[in-house]
Design a protein around this ligand. Structure first.
Ligand code: GAL
Ligand code: ZN
Length: 661
């Protein structure tokens, strides 16, 4: 396991750099990410470059034995650029443009910005591409962060029309794909088409879904220009981007496709604070994390899901490019972080498959937006809590490395797809129907059972999984249906859930009986569906232990067409079916399960499929397996006891135990 740190030499007196570099080594840091916001220092005025300071910063770090990761600085275009070309500014759905004074205020489709981006990246790569100390590059920074995934400017409008022409070829095809006949939306000239901004009251979901795709493709193309320049001028160096965990506005799989490595920015007290509003069940108090966890650790199951998604982006080990190591400044509460917690986060990242952990940031800033954000060092340069924990990690480095050399292992995959997510976000039908929450029901149940799970793209290689779960495989075309059928034919078990097969790729409802193109695989027909008020439930009978109870929230009745019926509603309609196809089987669960029901169904399937659980876990503890090692991570305040292969293992509060090996 490698350790790194995010460093901003431009924010500190040069006289301090060598001391910082030396102290980093003393903390076991060997990777330093720099420069991702320093455009104004690299190019103080148009075309006048100043590399001298960056040369010296890289040299100082290299002399201390560090490997350097350079970030391209395009997340923060300088004032001379934004003032000379205000058309590069991002425009929101109301037509208001952003202004200079922060970051991420650019439009990815501005030809001028694209040119400027290529130019500064080429200049940087020309200077440092072959530098022996520079081992890797990060494109931009958190693309889409700060609600900037979608721009609604005139350049984007124009580019959107081009994107649509390429996709549909003719206006007739577009009108049909969008159902534009509805409310007289029919377009008779490409020029009539605009982005679905906020001046439209009720938007056409096909129009919007295509805009989301277009916006995502825009950043993919924008990033690709940087990737190409880096690959050409910096041979042998890795290219990555720092993703944002469960961030939903851009297709992370697409953005990661041509990168060497996926990384993400892990803020365990901040991110879950936002995401739990989406992920916890409706009606649950989301003002704090689950009380099973200590107050300063965040919610490890939510953090774990973000690790899992990042791992799934390349279906490979990943890095944490920014790791919280003390309190942050942008959450609601920003709890103080106690000694022991950063170490637990580091072990958790390792348990989930991280190869390197890069702390954010080296030293707390004295100025500007992030003054209240901690680093490994305090404002005054003395060690903060993360420093002490990093020393503790160094003391156990041999064990960290032994575990890091082993593969992360999972026999279960949860399918994750951005078109499904967006289509459901646009038409949830009930306000609290959230795609991610539906995934989380299963993710959480598996984690609590000690069963490792990957988040996988629908196009990923699924053949190694014993069980693949697609809680809502909503948008389906022939190719997608065929992929899943092939997986099942070859012996896989696929569990599908409600609202699967409902939509076409252009976000229209299928005219085939549900679940549409998936019906032959499911071997059953969905005869009806409905959303239920929270207090209402339909009784379910089944022989699967612990599953009986009520179907709530969203229910679908099924009629078997070759499938076996594993559960029924009181009126006799099927509620859960199983269909043997080839060497495998496809199950369809006709309601949106509560956590305990998902757990019961998973326990039943895990038993049948011989899926390994690494441990029996008390509340607050999570576990993962890497090779022969089982890692037990206790996020509770007090000690807890897990059972691994029949042996009871006690783990102190906010601590970790590694078993086996
Ligand atoms: C990240 C960002 C960093 C810094 C950090 C603070 O989202 O990439 O530059 O702002 O948050 O927590
Ligand atoms: Zn734009």
């Amino acid at each position: 396991m490698k350790f790194g740190v995010c460093y901003y030499p431009e924010q500190w007196p040069e006289a301090r750099w060598a001391e910082d570099a030396r102290l980093m080594r003393a903390a076991g840091i060997e990777l330093v990410r720099i420069a991702e916001f320093a455009w104004a220092q690299m190019e103080p005025t148009a075309g006048r470059y100043d590399w001298a300071w960056l040369d010296r910063a890289v040299a100082t770090l290299a002399a201390a034995g560090h490997a350097v990761i350079l970030g391209t600085p395009t997340a923060a275009p300088p004032a001379w650029l934004t003032r000379t070309y205000p058309e590069i500014l991002r425009v929101d759905g109301n037509g208001r443009s952003r202004d200079h004074g922060t970051r991420r205020h650019y439009c990815p489709n501005s030809p001028i910005y694209r040119e400027q981006s290529r130019r500064i990246v080429a200049a940087m790569v020309g200077r440092y591409g072959q530098h022996p100390a520079v081992v890797g590059w990060q494109t931009d920074n958190e693309i889409g962060g700060g609600h900037t995934a979608r721009c609604y400017c005139e350049r984007c409008a124009e580019a959107f029309r081009g994107w649509l022409q390429a996709r549909y070829g003719s206006l007739d095809a577009l009108n049909a794909a969008w159902g534009a006949i509805f409310w007289s939306q029919t377009y008779s000239d490409w020029a009539q088409i605009r982005p679905p901004g906020d001046r439209i009251d009720k938007k056409n979901p096909s129009h919007v879904l295509d805009y989301y795709r277009f916006a995502s493709d825009s950043f993919v193309a924008y990033q690709q220009e940087q990737v190409d320049i880096i690959r050409q001028g910096a041979p042998g160096r890795f290219v990555t981007h720092n993703f944002m965990g469960l961030y939903r506005d851009l297709d992370q799989f697409d953005l990661a496709r041509t990168l060497d490595l996926a990384t993400w920015d892990n803020y365990p007290t901040g991110n879950p604070e936002r995401w739990r509003q989406l992920l916890y069940p409706p009606g649950m108090d989301t003002s704090r994390c689950d009380p099973a966890y200590a107050y300063d650790v965040g919610d490890p199951i939510i953090t774990g899901m973000a690790h899992a998604l990042t791992r799934g982006l390349k279906d490979a080990p990943f890095w944490v490019m920014e790791q919280q190591c003390g309190q942050i400044n942008w959450g609601d509460v920003n709890p103080g972080v106690r000694a022991g917690t950063p170490r637990l986060w580091a072990w958790h990242a390792l348990a989930e498959g991280a190869e390197a952990l890069v702390y954010f940031r080296w030293r707390a800033t004295l100025f500007a937006q992030e003054q209240y954000h901690s680093g490994l060092l305090r404002h005054d340069g003395r060690p903060d809590v993360g420093w002490g924990d990093q020393q503790a990690l160094l003391a156990e480095k041999a064990l960290l490395d032994a575990v890091a050399a082993q593969p992360f292992m999972a026999e279960v995959a949860l399918l994750f797809d951005f078109a499904d997510l967006w289509a459901l976000q646009l038409q949830p039908h009930r306000a609290d129907f959230d795609y991610l929450r539906h995934l989380y029901v299963y993710y959480q149940a598996l984690q609590r059972m000690g069963i490792a799970v990957n988040l996988a793209a629908v196009g990923a290689d699924l053949s190694r999984y014993k069980l693949v779960i697609a809680p809502t495989l909503h948008v389906v075309d022939e190719a997608r249906a065929a992929r899943l059928e092939a997986y099942v034919q070859q012996g896989g078990t696929l569990l599908l859930g409600v609202r699967s097969g409902f939509k076409t790729v252009s976000n229209l409802v299928t005219d085939a009986p549900l679940p549409g193109l998936l019906r032959p695989l499911v071997g059953a027909q969905v005869t009806g569906w409905q959303s239920l008020p929270l207090a209402v439930g339909w009784a379910v009978t089944t022989d699967i232990p612990d599953l009986p109870g009520a179907a709530t929230y969203w229910v679908e009745t099924l009629a078997a067409e070759g499938a076996d019926v594993l559960a029924r509603y009181a009126d006799g309609a099927a509620a859960l079916t199983e269909h043997g196809v080839g060497d495998g089987r496809c199950l369809y669960l006709g309601w949106y399960p509560e956590g305990a029901q998902a757990a019961a169904l998973l326990r039943y399937l895990a038993g049948r499929l011989d899926i390994a659980s690494c441990a029996v876990l008390p509340p607050g503890m999570v576990a993962a397996r890497r090779g022969p090692y089982t890692l037990l991570l206790n996020f509770a305040e007090g000690a807890g006891t897990a059972v691994v292969s029949g042996e009871a293992i006690s783990v102190p509060g906010r601590d970790v135990r590694v078993v086996g090996g």
